[in-house]
Design a protein around this ligand. Structure first.
Ligand code: SF4
Length: 63
C-alpha cells in the first residue's frame, strides 16, 4: 500500500513520525518526508494509526 500526504494540509508537526518512525520523518526544513514509497499490507494497522493521529487529516492510504 501507499501513503499519500496532502502537502497543503500537513504542517510538519511530526505526530505521524512518532507513530511510525521508519515510514515518516520531518526534515530539518520542517517538511514531511515519506521514507518508504510502498509499505507492506501487513503494516496497514500502524499506518492507519498514523492517519487517525494526524490532526490535520493530511494522510490517506491507497492500495
Ligand atoms: S501528523 Fe499530519 S500534519 Fe503532522 S507531519 Fe504527519 S502528516 Fe503532517
Amino acid at each position: 500500500m501507499k501513503v499519500v500526504v496532502d502537502r497543503g494540509r500537513c504542517t510538519g508537526l511530526g505526530i505521524c513520525a512518532s507513530v511510525v518512525p521508519d515510514v515518516f520523518e520531518v526534515g530539518a526544513d520542517g517538511d514531511l518526508v515519506t521514507l518508504l514509497s510502498a509499505v507492506p499490507d501487513e503494516r496497514g494497522g500502524e499506518l492507519q494509526q498514523a492517519v487517525v493521529c494526524c490532526p490535520n487529516e493530511a494522510l490517506r492510504l491507497e492500495p
